[in-house]
Design a protein around this ligand. Structure first.
Ligand code: 3HC
Ligand code: NAI
Length: 694
């Protein structure tokens, strides 16, 4: 038999076991192994039933994504599922871990399914810009009804085996998978149960025939959330054909729609993002086998915007935290905001009704930094002032236990300098969360010059545990994300002097797929922060200053670059701003001009990409894909565009380098000239991706 699929006989039951770590993905070898295994068991007169199961941590987690885009190898997944479905003996899928994508589709092609209580099933193909392409859009609606099926397929979310069993996708929950599946198979044989083929069972479709709004609603919900994603809408369409096309024809349509998505730019970018995210957690320069330190107890210092959000992230993952403030009042305010936040989510149905109390119960608010003494990990989120950070780290050195990891959430400050305040710089690093910290998935793990490898691994592990996406970066002003954002912000600000309005600039980015542009983002964060910082540093920015002098601090004052209606976060263009910009520039003797959207776009994006190249040159980021992950998970970069460096490769570095040179001259700003790395790659006709390949 094959290397990756084994077969054994337990009396009259043949057990076909896939053993292809890490996740038993359906590579060509696995497909062939299952195909041959089922075929030979079908031909063996002593075999009465067949169990398909997996070794290792999980049932088949889907098609092998690394094979996508390569020439197809036989047998295809369709043929494997066909072979199973038409087998004259009952075939039972025995599921543990996660049966996902093609793995779940294969299970749905079996005559019966058993699973452990902890198992999960789902069709997450949309997350890769695809739709289930091996019968999932047709068999799942027949198993659980079209309404639930379209919801699962359009969101890509998994469900637990008990829920799947209730809905009809799992026949039995078993305690012990091996013995339970075997016993189930014997029972099917003994009771002469029929070979159940979902393809022939239209009973659950009948009720839905009248109401097609389930598909349009699912597609509309996906559209609203996904901003420009093709896959969820196409997937809803594919599922809808379960009602208006015969099974075989609907399978053919599914295949066509799958192929269209697979060959499209969006899925290519989303598949890239899948691997980029996993790559980012791998840290160069850490000795093989380095283990993270044990983290049993966590303390967070500062219950403000970020400290509160970080504490909620831990509580959401079921991990208790101690939240430390300077006084009762600050603590009360912070805890109150968290409670309100949870209550609002529960009221919307985002979390169960009892979750707010449970989660708040995990957050223990206390006053006084000496309370860090039991913590294995301490995350500091106090004001962004070096003097205060230094004072806090001096105290941490005094109170924290030996071996505790000391993390700062600073946005810009030099972590090496902060680490010097302690006798243990090897334990100090950055854990830079993004606002709102309970929502945004990115965590830049900042490696100081003295950070110990095991401290770094600890931070990466903890970030993953609280469902964040960790990306290891080096120390510099603003690290990866904010540093690139600053390059973009500098241009955006200039446009107001040159001729554009906030709404024109922002619209260019939202049209591209970003959730918001720089001015709406400024209004959200609060314009007074930058204003204060400019004053501290003696820097002027005439338009931004005038806006703040007018008391317009953004959303919190109902006015900023935009105006806001009471209770609304929707930015509305404001003629007062137009007037303010015109008056300010006239006073400065500037002549404004019409700017094209193309110019705005290139001058926002390309300097950012250039800064990304500089970040690579300086080895602040390990690889171009890490920069993309930062933008995907920290700033809402549209996943179907892969990230700024991936996008740059798709535009072509030659064009980007040329346009940067052009704008450097046009705006008399030499800092826009392409960096040596960008220039070199452009001259050699290479991509950023070529760097990763070495
Ligand atoms: N193909 C190839 N490699 C895969 C893979 C897949 N489907 N799924 C996971 N891997 C790899 C990862 O790249 C990673 O490799 P690495 O160790 O070299 O970085 C390794 O398996 C482990 O993955 P994770 O780090 O993600 O492990 P977790 O335990 O955190 O998660 C998982 C496991 C939930 C299975 C998660 O990996 C996952 O969601 N995988 C993708 C599932 C999926 O999207 N399936 C659908 C595929 S498309 C399809 O089936 C088309 C069909 O309809 C025709
Ligand atoms: P904030 O002003 O909302 O909260 C800071 C909190 O720290 C206050 O509640 C304050 O009482 C408390 N504090 C101050 N000194 C303290 C001390 N010695 N001990 C205990 N608590 C103390 O500030 P915010 O926005 O939460 O920022 C915190 C840190 O996070 C800063 O370093 C900031 O740069 C960083 N950050 C902020 C982001 C944002 O969007 N707000 C995003 C990412 C990082």
């Amino acid at each position: 038999m094959s290397q990756v699929v084994k077969m054994e006989r337990h009396g009259e039951v043949a057990i076909v076991t896939v053993d292809s770590p890490p996740v038993n993905a359906l590579s060509a070898a696995v497909r062939k192994g299952i195909f041959d295994g089922v075929k030979s068991a079908a031909a063996d007169p002593d075999v009465k039933a067949i169990v398909v199961t997996c070794a290792g941590r999980t049932f088949i987690a889907g098609a092998d994504i690394t094979e996508f885009g390569k020439p197809p190898q036989q047998p295809g997944l369709h043929e494997v599922i066909d072979e199973i479905e038409k087998c004259p003996k009952p075939v039972i899928a025995a599921i543990h871990g996660t049966a996902l994508g093609g793995g779940f589709e294969l299970a749905l092609g079996c005559h019966y399914r058993v699973a452990t209580k902890e198992a999960k099933v789902g069709l997450p193909e949309v997350k890769l810009g695809l739709l289930p392409g091996a019968g999932g859009t047709q068999r799942l609606p027949r198993a659980v009804g079209p309404e639930m099926a379209v919801k699962m397929i359009v969101t890509g979310d998994f469900i637990g085996a008990p829920e799947a069993a209730k809905a009809g996708a799992i026949d039995e929950i078993v305690d012990n998978l091996a013995s339970g599946a075997e016993a189930f198979a014997k029972k099917i044989v003994a009771e002469k149960k029929p070979l159940r083929k979902l393809r022939d069972d239209d009973s659950k479709l009948a009720a839905a025939k009248a109401d097609r709004s389930i598909f349009t609603n699912a597609a509309a919900a996906a559209n609203k959330k996904g901003r420009g994603l093709e896959a969820p809408v196409t997937a809803a369409e594919a599922v809808s054909h379960s009602l208006d096309q015969p099974f075989e024809q609907a399978l053919k349509t599914e295949r066509e729609l799958f192929t269209k998505l697979m060959n499209g730019e969006q899925s290519k970018a989303q598949r890239y993002a899948f691997f980029a995210e996993r790559e980012a957690a791998k840290v160069a320069g850490v000795p093989e086998g380095t283990k993270g330190r044990d983290v049993k107890s966590v303390a967070i210092i500062g219950a403000g915007t970020m400290g509160g959000g970080i504490a909620m992230s831990f509580a959401n993952a079921g991990i208790p935290v101690t939240l430390i403030e300077t006084g009762d009042e600050q603590l009360k305010r912070g805890l109150g905001i968290m409670q309100k936040n949870y209550d609002a989510t529960a009221a919307r149905g985002g979390i169960p009704a009892d979750a707010p109390a449970k989660r708040m119960g995990l957050i223990k608010g206390v006053v006084g930094i000496e309370n860090v003494k039991d913590a294995d990990l301490i995350i500091e989120a106090v004001f962004e002032t070096m003097a205060i950070k230094k004072e806090v780290f001096g105290k941490l050195d005094q109170y924290a236990k030996k071996g505790a990891v000391l993390a700062t959430n600073t946005s810009y400050l030099n972590i090496n300098e902060i680490a010097k305040m302690t006798q243990r710089p090897q334990d100090v690093l950055g854990m830079h969360f993004f606002s709102p910290a309970n929502v945004m998935k990115l965590c830049e793990i900042v490696r100081g010059e003295k950070t110990a490898p095991d401290a770094l691994v600890t931070a990466v592990n903890v970030a993953k545990k609280i469902a964040k996406v960790p990306v290891v970066v080096g120390v510099c002003d603003g690290f990866v994300g904010n540093r690139m954002l600053a390059a973009r912000g500098k241009q955006a600000e200039k446009f107001l002097f040159e001729g554009a309005l906030p709404q024109q600039v922002d619209a260019v980015l939202t049209k591209f797929g970003m959730p918001m542009g720089p001015f709406a983002m400024g209004d959200l964060a609060g314009l007074d922060i930058g204003w204060r910082s400019r004053k501290d540093r003696g820097i002027k920015s005439e338009i931004a200053d005038a806006i703040c002098e007018a008391g317009r601090f953004g959303q919190k004052t109902g006015k900023g670059y935009y105006k806001y209606e009471q209770g609304s976060r929707a930015p509305l263009p404001d003629p007062e701003i137009e007037k303010l910009i015109e008056e300010t520039t006239t006073k400065m003797g500037l002549k404004r001009r019409q700017m094209s959207d193309d110019e705005i776009f290139e001058r926002l994006m390309y300097p950012m990409i250039n800064e990304g190249a500089r970040i690579l040159e300086e080895k602040i980021a390990q690889r171009p894909s890490d920069i993309d992950v930062v933008w995907l998970y920290g700033y809402g970069w549209p996943i179907y565009r892969g990230g700024p460096m991936f996008y740059a490769d798709s535009v072509g570095l030659k064009k980007i380098a040329e346009r940067l040179s052009f704008y450097a001259k046009q705006t008399n700003d030499p800092s826009l000239e392409p960096t040596p790395l960008l220039k070199k790659l452009a001259d050699e006709g290479k991509t950023f991706a070529s760097l990763a390949k070495g």
